[in-house]
Design a protein around this ligand. Structure first.
Ligand code: XMP
Length: 326
């Protein structure tokens, strides 16, 4: 694997001191590699790309150009947080592209999960390449590759299909965290001063909420996924579960059932909650969340999210259920 093998003597980064040493070493290496040239980064706001951005801002400041593409399938508050953290607080060169309409119109009436993924992946590359084409003098492309991305050859890696770039975009790669595991990236991120909720962020698939809105995506059902997810995250944080449960999601399937609201029959969607723990995402167990939390979630989601009249808890481990619904 040559360049892609973690050095055998590399110590596991578990403490702030070890993270500081890693940061100092990386800043030097990045400055040596990049010199006075410009670097481009697709900044999703996930832990990996955020840590890479924070390192590069420290190393080369405004020579870094971050592009944050909003594909319309992000969680509530995500683009705003990326802008606040990187543009407002860290004074980064950040291009924000709201391409929601473009993605959602391409996805209209598309029901096949794999075709949905492909459309989102291809569109992402197009939008990013268009933005890159408007910039002059970029020589490097930074990526938030982490060690499991290099090691994994199973279905998880095959999923990571958003973010690849056309081969004709001939940049030299900058991958400062490519030998780190996720827990190490989080320790480094914390030392770089990134907000705790960004450092602790759960994995979020490239196709975003699109895989939690099974079947053809409609704006109203997508909004129900986004709002219920925001409530789920808020309640998990309030109950001390943020950073403790590996991944928790809401899904709004494309069918309705009869309910009753203000004494009138209400024909609305269910909202499925799923909360799992795993080491490597290949298998997963169910988080046994307290019943009072479930009851609170049911009450809030059915009263605050338009179109939802039932809340269900998915108790299926992986296998047989995958973590995402598509
Ligand atoms: P599944 O649903 O296969 O998911 O049990 C395993 C892990 O991978 C994430 N995932 C994705 N990540 N692009 C990604 O970047 C994708 O298309 C994708 N699909 C699933 C999922 O969130 C879970 O952490």
């Amino acid at each position: 694997m040559g360049d892609n093998k973690r050095p055998e003597n590399m110590e596991r980064i578990t403490t702030p001191e070890l993270a500081d040493a890693f940061i100092t070493e990386q800043l030097e290496a990045l400055r040596a590699q990049i010199g006075d040239k410009k670097v481009l980064l697709a900044l999703s706001g996930g832990v990996d790309s955020s840590v890479v951005a924070a390192l590069l801002i420290k190393a080369v400041g405004k020579q870094l150009v971050c592009v944050h593409v909003n594909h319309g399938l992000l969680r509530k508050g995500e683009p705003e947080q990326v802008i606040e953290v990187f543009r407002d607080n860290l004074d980064a060169n950040l291009i924000y592209v709201d391409a929601s309409d473009r993605f959602l119109s391409k996805l209209t009436d598309v029901t096949d999960p794999e075709i949905k993924r492909k459309i989102i992946g291809a569109e992402f590359i197009d939008v990013f390449a268009e933005e890159a084409g408007k910039l002059d003098g970029i020589e490097f492309l930074a990526q938030g590759t982490i060690y499991p991305d290099i090691l994994e050859s199973g279905p998880v890696k095959a999923h990571h299909n958003v973010g690849g770039l056309p081969e004709e975009m001939d940049f030299e790669l900058v991958e400062p965290v490519k030998f780190l595991f996720k827990d190490e990236v989080r320790v480094v991120g914390r030392q770089l001063g990134l907000p705790e909720n960004m450092v602790n962020r759960q994995p979020f698939p490239g196709p975003g909420l699109g895989v939690r809105c099974p079947g053809a995506i409609t704006r109203d059902r997508l909004e129900a996924v986004r709002e219920s997810d925001a409530i789920l995250r808020e309640e998990f944080a309030a109950h001390g579960l943020e950073g403790k449960v590996w991944q928790y999601v809401t899904v709004v399937p494309d069918f309705k059932s009869t309910g009753v609201r203000n004494d009138v029959r209400a024909f609305e969607w269910p909202c499925i909650i799923r909360a799992v723990n795993t080491r490597d995402a290949m298998t997963a167990t169910i988080e046994e969340i307290p019943y009072d939390l479930l009851a609170k979630l049911a009450a809030r989601i059915t009263s605050e999210v338009p179109g939802i009249n039932r809340v269900l808890y998915d108790v299926t481990p992986k296998p047989t259920g995958t973590i995402e619904y598509e």
